[in-house]
Design a protein around this ligand. Structure first.
Ligand code: GDP
Ligand code: IMO
Ligand code: MG
Length: 419
């Protein structure tokens, strides 16, 4: 299950909805930069590190090797979930190979963004970039390291980070560091009480027993380190192939690929966004869709659905089924626009270009709005004609069926679509 846009497509909600059909739910990349929201009956839970299947009973949940874990966020998340009577000690498995976000990684994130000034990425400042940088640079610390000579390994790494902060960034961290480090050390003791194993074996054994495994993407395809709008991306492989490396699952084991997208687009943080709206329409989308970051609370930038980007994401992920989210946010619009192509140097293309610079102009078609409250509907039979047309139009353009339409944040506001 992968996000096809710039994140916050509604991945958390859909994983919770799909979980009853699965035995094992896995996160394979990213870390607490993610904020996945679940609305179940009368409560709401935002998850950052823990897979979104945890409120369904008797499922195994896995945090794979491709994830980066901040023990402090993890501990807070566990505390908040336990208030709902969920104890994850039996059902959660954490990879020994997942990398640890150290307190200094967060500081390095802040220092790096500060140094960039106007060209900053707009990072969530959770230490994601510096942690993956250490991983790829072969200097990171993994969850499995917590059990062997950890203090020595930790001291070497943190000293190197402090040198960078002092000598390269001239970043004063003294005010925050001691307190955070104390909290971090306390949190690793909590982390160590969970099942920490080589999760690649666990997942492959589950597959061999014909158990159904669902991989939950974080971020979105347009934030992928290779194919997103570089450098305004995150630091991991958010696409389908990332599930293979992030879990230790071979490509020929991948079955259905669910691609999830909003009926419009949002982006949080800096970077290009061709269909972005700066007018009242964009403000309406933000207000009705409650488009504020689940992790940072920042207002999300809003714009029309971009089929150039969507087709590109479908291609990169090998999507077999589409899931459309948040169509209800467009309920009030008289007409709805869809971007069909980009005009670049006087020529229109539907191929996603190397770079999305200011020279890229979106070309739109306009479809009639449905002017109906979709949030109350329970089956496709009740859909207004204009909404069916919107769905059919997208399916025809991208050549992949939409199998689910989500019409509200709650679990129950999910409608299965027929042929
Ligand atoms: P994720 O990061 O992809 O899991 O998405 P987020 O949780 O960050 O953002 C999606 C937001 O939209 C959350 O507040 C959800 O509760 C909400 N949401 C999910 N599906 C729908 C929907 O169909 N309609 C509306 N109005 N809200 C939705
Ligand atoms: P979910 O899983 C939306 C964005 C940040 C920033 C860029 C890099 O909830 O969809 P990072 O913290 O990774 O260094 O930030 O990526 N970003 C997200 N945007 N949803 C997310 O996660 C995001 N995770 C990171 O805003 O522009
Ligand atoms: Mg989110």
């Amino acid at each position: 299950m992968l996000g096809l846009q710039w994140g916050d497509e509604g991945k958390g909600k859909i994983v919770d909805v799909l979980t009853p059909k699965y035995d094992v739910i896995c996160r394979f990349q990213g870390g607490p930069n993610a904020g996945h929201t679940l609305e179940i009956d009368n409560f709401k839970q935002v998850l950052h590190t823990i897979p979104s299947g945890i409120f369904r009973k008797d499922k195994m949940n896995v945090i794979g090797n491709g994830v980066v874990i901040d023990p402090i966020t993890f501990e807070r998340e566990i505390e908040s979930i336990s208030k709902h009577g969920v104890d994850l000690h039996k059902t959660l498995y954490i990879s020994k190979k997942a990398h640890l976000i150290l307190p200094t990684h967060r500081l390095l994130d802040a220092a790096s963004e500060e140094a960039k000034g106007a060209t900053k990425i707009g990072s969530t400042l959770k230490g994601i970039g510096p942690t993956y940088r250490d991983k790829i640079g072969r200097e990171g610390l993994r969850v499995g390291d917590l059990f062997e000579n950890f203090s020595e390994k930790y001291a070497v790494r943190v000293q190197a980070h402090k040198d960078l902060l002092d000598k390269y960034y001239h970043f004063d961290y003294s005010a925050q560091f001691a307190e955070t480090e104390k909290e971090w050390m306390k949190a690793i003791e909590v982390l160590k009480t969970f099942n920490i194993v080589d999760t690649e074996h666990l997942i492959n054994e589950s597959l061999a027993e014909n158990k159904a495994v669902l991989a939950e993407g974080a971020q979105g395809t347009m934030l992928d380190i290779d194919f997103g709008s570089y450098p305004f991306v995150t630091s991991s492989s958010t696409i389908c192939a990332g599930a293979c490396t992030g879990l230790g699952v071979a490509p020929n084991k991948i079955g259905n690929v669910y691609g999830i997208f909003k009926a419009y687009c949002t982006r949080v943080g800096s970077g290009p966004f061709p269909t972005e709206l700066f007018d009242e329409d964009g403000q309406n989308m933000r207000a009705v869709g409650r488009e504020y970051g689940s992790t940072t609370g920042r207002p999300r930038r809003c714009g029309w659905l971009d089929l150039v980007a969507l087709k590109y994401s479908i291609m990169l992920n090998g999507v077999t089924e589409l899931i459309m989210m948040k169509a209800d946010v467009l309920d009030q619009f008289e007409t709805i626009k869809i971007c069909m192509g980009y005009e670049i140097n006087g020529e229109v293309t539907d191929k996603f270009p190397f770079e999305l610079n200011d020279g890229v102009k979106p070309e739109f078609v306009e479809l009639p709005g449905w002017k109906t409250d979709l949030t109350q509907l329970t089956s496709q039979d009740e859909f207004p004609e204009e909404f069916n047309n919107y769905i059919n139009f997208i399916e025809e353009q991208v050549g992949i069926p939409i199998s689910i339409a989500s019409v509200g944040p709650n679990r129950a506001q999910t409608i299965l679509l027929g042929d």
